[in-house]
Design a binder for this molecule. Structure first.
Ligand SMILES: Nc1ncnc2c1ncn2[C@@H]1O[C@H](COP(=O)(O)OP(=O)(O)OP(=O)(O)O)[C@@H](O)[C@H]1O
Length: 627
C-alpha cells in the first residue's frame, strides 16, 4: 500500500494563555510518497521535523495538520488507515512482569480473532519469534531483555496481526551498530514482502544507510531530498554539492542542510519541489523493487546474530484490497464496528469486548501476582501500620475520658487509607497510561474493557490488605466484638480506599509522575480541611459550610466511622474518674451533630463519589488517548 502526502503542513499553536507566543509551522507544505515493498527512512538534522512527519503520517498527530494524505492514490479514510497500520514508538513500552512468550500470547489473544485456536495463536507467535530471533529468550521476563531484544519484541507484537503498513520512530536508538544493522535488515526483509515500512533515523552509518530503499530528507520542515539511496549522491551533484567518495552520503546531506546552510536548504527544496520530485532507481514491472532478500524457497535470510544465522519461513502478507470509497465506515461509534466480510483488515477490534476484558483482566492479575516485591511492600505496610495504630490506641475505644483520642482514631484510619491508595496510583498509573496509549493507538482493544479490567483486577488485593489493617486496629483498640459494627467499620474503610484509588487514578490519568505527586496531595488537602472543620463547634457550623463539607469523601468516611464506633446502640463507655462527660456514646454523637445521620447514608455518599471519580478517570483517559 502506497502512502502519499501533498502540501502537508503541521502547525503547533501555543497554549491559549501564551497569547504573545506565535504559532509554529513544523512541516511546511511537504510532499512525498512511501511505497509498498520498500524500507523507507525519514532523515534530517535534529529538529528538522522527522518525528512530526512520522506522527502525522501515522495519524498520531492530527491537530494542526493540513494537506492531503492518500493511500494508493486515494484520499485516505483515517479510521480504516488505523486498522491497516501500526506505530512502534521510540521508547519500548512493553508489559512488565511477563515473559516474552506471555506478552506475545496476550497480544495474540487480543489481536487475533476469537475464532483462532490457542494452538494456532502459539504457532503464529512461535513463527514470529523465529523470524525475529527471539525464540531463545521466550521464557525471559521482559524487564531482563536487552535493548535490541526489546526493540524486536516491539516489532514482533505488532506483526502478530500482520499489518501492511508499519511506522517506527527511531528503531535503532539505544542500539549498538550490530543490533541496529540487524534490526534494519529485519525490517528490510519484512518490507520486501510487500509491506510499507517507514521509520525515522537520526544519522545512519554508511552500512545502515545502504539498507534503506528509499530516503526522505527533511530540513527545517522542508523536503530536501526524496528518492532511492543510490540516487542521493548524483542528485546532490546536480545542485553543486559534491559528496566525497569516502564520505557517508547520509552524513554529508545532514551536514549540508543543517540550520546554518540556508542556501543549500533553499536550493535542494527548489530542486525537489519540496518533495514533489523524487528520484527512483529502476523498478520491476510490478512497480516494486526486486526482492533480493527473499530466496526462491520462500525463506527469509537474516544476518548472523550471536553466531547463529537465522533462517526462517517468511511471514507472508495476505492479499489486501483497498478501495477507499467502498470501505468508508460511517459509523461514528468506534466500539460498535462490525467485521466486513471478505476483508480481514476492516475489523475495528478482532475480538469481542468481553474477550478483551477477560484477556486484559488475566494479564493484570498475573502482573499483580508476579509483582512479589510490590505485594510484600503492601502487606508489611498494612501490617506494620495496623500494629502501630493498634498499639497507640490499645484498649482506648472503651474509655469515656478519651474523646480526642476517639476522634484521632477515626480520622487516622481514614487518612491512612486515603494516602495509601491514592499515592500508589498517582505514582504507578502514569507509566501504565503510556503503555495503554501505544496499545490503544494500535487498536489492540477499546477503552471500556480495559477500564473495567483495571477496576476489577485491583479489588481483591485492596480488600485483602485493607482487611489486615482494619482487623488489627479494630480489635487492638478494644471495640466491641459485634459483627455488624465490625462489618460497617470494614466497609467504610474499604469504600474510602476505593474512592481514594479512584482519585489517584484520575490524577495519574491526567498528570505525569512529577506533576501528579504534587497534585495528588494538593487534591487531598481541601478534602482533609473539610473533613476536620467544625467538629468542636458542630452545632454552629453555617449551613453553607455544612453543604460544602458534603463534598469531602474524607468527611463522609470520618462521620461514617464515628457513627459506627459510637452509634448502633453502643453500650456506655468505662469511666474510672467518677465523671466523664462523654461516657454516654450518644452524647458524642450529639456533640458532633451527627445524631440525625446514619452510616448507610455515608456509605451511599461514598459509593456516589467512588463512581464519580471512576467516570472522571474514564473521560480523562479517553481525552488523553484521543488528543
Ligand atoms: N508539540 C510541539 N510544540 C512545540 N514545538 C514542537 C512540538 N512538536 C515538535 N516541536 C518542535 O518542532 C521541531 C521538530 O520536532 P521533531 O521532534 O519533529 O524533530 P526531529 O527531527 O524528530 O528531531 P530529533 O531528531 O532531535 O528527534 C522541534 O524544534 C520541536 O521543538
Amino acid at each position: 500500500m502506497d502512502i502519499q502526502f501533498e502540501d502537508l503542513t503541521y502547525e503547533v499553536k501555543p497554549p491559549f494563555w501564551q497569547t504573545k507566543v506565535p504559532s509554529r509551522t513544523i512541516l511546511k507544505s511537504v510532499n512525498g510518497r512511501f511505497s509498498a515493498g520498500e524500507l523507507s527512512c525519514i532523515m534530517g538534522p535534529s529538529g528538522a521535523g522527522k518525528s512530526s512527519l512520522l506522527n502525522t503520517l501515522s495519524g498520531y498527530n492530527y491537530k494542526g495538520v493540513s494537506g492531503t494524505l492518500k493511500l494508493n492514490s486515494q484520499v485516505r479514510d483515517e479510521k480504516l488507515f488505523r486498522k491497516l497500520s501500526c506505530y512502534i514508538m521510540q521508547e519500548d513500552k512493553i508489559q512488565p512482569m511477563l515473559t516474552l512468550n506471555e506478552v506475545m500470547m496476550f497480544a495474540a489473544e487480543l489481536k487475533l480473532s476469537n475464532g483462532t485456536l490457542t494452538k494456532e495463536k502459539q504457532m503464529i507467535v512461535t513463527e514470529i519469534q523465529n523470524v525475529l530471533g527471539l525464540s531463545e529468550s521466550k521464557n525471559t521476563r521482559t524487564e531482563f531483555l536487552s535493548g535490541g531484544q526489546k526493540k524486536r519484541l516491539s516489532i514482533a507484537l505488532e506483526l502478530i496481526n500482520n499489518p501492511p503498513i508499519i511506522f517506527l520512530d527511531e528503531p535503532t536508538s539505544g542500539l549498538d551498530n550490530v543490533s541496529s544493522t540487524y534490526c534494519l535488515q529485519l525490517l528490510r526483509g519484512l518490507a520486501h514482502q510487500g509491506r510499507t515500512i517507514v521509520c525515522t533515523i537520526h544519522q545512519p552509518s554508511a552500512s545502515m544507510f545502504q539498507l534503506f530503499d528509499h530516503v526522505y530528507v527533511l530540513s527545517q520542515g522542508y523536503c530536501v531530498y526524496q528518492g532511492s539511496t543510490d540516487q542521493l549522491v548524483p542528485f546532490l551533484s546536480t545542485v553543486g554539492l559534491h559528496c566525497p567518495l569516502t564520505y557517508n552520503p547520509a552524513d554529508y546531506i545532514i551536514e549540508a542542510t543543517d540550520g546554518e546552510e540556508q542556501d543549500n536548504i533553499e536550493k535542494l527544496t527548489a530542486a525537489t519541489i519540496n518533495g514533489k520530485q523524487s528520484l527512483y532507481k529502476t523498478r520491476d514491472v510490478n512497480n516494486c523493487y526486486l526482492n533480493e532478500d527473499t530466496t526462491k524457497s520462500g525463506e527469509l535470510l537474516l544476518p548472523e546474530l550471536n553466531g547463529n544465522v537465522i533462517t526462517t519461513k517468511l511471514l507472508p502478507l495476505p492479499p489486501i484490497k483497498y478501495k477507499a470509497d467502498d470501505e468508508v465506515d460511517n459509523d461514528d461509534d468506534d466500539e460498535d464496528d462490525v467485521v466486513k466480510p471478505g476483508n480481514t483488515w476492516c475489523v475495528d477490534f478482532p475480538t469481542s469486548g468481553w474477550s478483551q476484558f477477560c484477556t486484559l483482566w488475566k494479564r493484570m492479575i498475573l502482573q499483580l501476582y508476579r509483582n512479589k516485591l510490590g505485594l510484600n511492600i503492601q502487606f508489611y505496610h498494612h501490617l506494620i501500620c495496623g500494629l502501630a495504630v493498634g498499639i497507640v490506641f490499645y484498649g482506648k475505644a472503651n474509655d469515656g475520658e478519651q474523646f480526642f483520642n476517639h476522634m484521632k482514631f477515626c480520622m487516622g484510619n481514614i487518612l491512612f487509607h486515603t494516602f495509601t491508595q491514592s499515592m500508589v496510583q498517582v505514582l504507578a498509573f502514569p507509566s501504565e497510561v503510556k503503555l495503554l496509549k501505544q496499545e490503544y493507538f494500535n487498536r489492540w482493544y477499546s477503552l471500556r474493557p480495559y477500564f473495567l479490567a483495571l477496576q476489577l483486577s485491583r479489588v481483591p488485593s485492596i480488600i485483602f490488605f485493607s482487611s489486615i489493617y482494619t482487623t488489627l486496629v479494630y480489635f487492638m483498640s478494644g471495640l466491641p466484638y459485634e459483627l455488624l459494627r465490625f462489618s460497617m467499620f470494614n466497609i467504610i474503610c474499604l469504600l474510602v480506599c476505593f474512592v481514594s484509588e479512584g482519585m489517584g487514578l484520575l490524577v495519574g490519568a491526567v498528570f505525569n509522575v512529577t506533576n501528579g505527586s504534587a497534585v495528588g496531595p494538593m487534591m487531598i488537602a481541601p478534602f482533609l480541611g473539610l473533613a476536620i472543620y467544625g467538629f468542636d463547634f458542630a452545632h454552629q457550623v453555617p449551613w453553607i459550610m455544612e453543604f460544602v463539607m458534603q463534598a469531602s469523601f474524607l468527611r463522609c468516611g470520618v462521620i461514617g466511622l464515628v457513627i459506627t464506633v459510637f452509634g448502633l446502640n453502643r453500650e456506655p463507655l468505662h469511666c474510672d474518674t467518677g465523671y466523664c462527660h462523654f461516657k454516654d456514646p450518644n452524647i458524642i454523637i450529639y456533640y458532633l451533630n451527627v445524631d440525625r445521620k446514619h452510616p448507610y447514608f455515608e456509605i451511599i455518599k461514598l459509593v456516589v463519589m467512588l463512581l464519580l471519580f471512576r467516570f472522571l478517570t474514564y473521560f480523562a483517559l479517553r481525552r488523553r488517548l484521543t488528543s
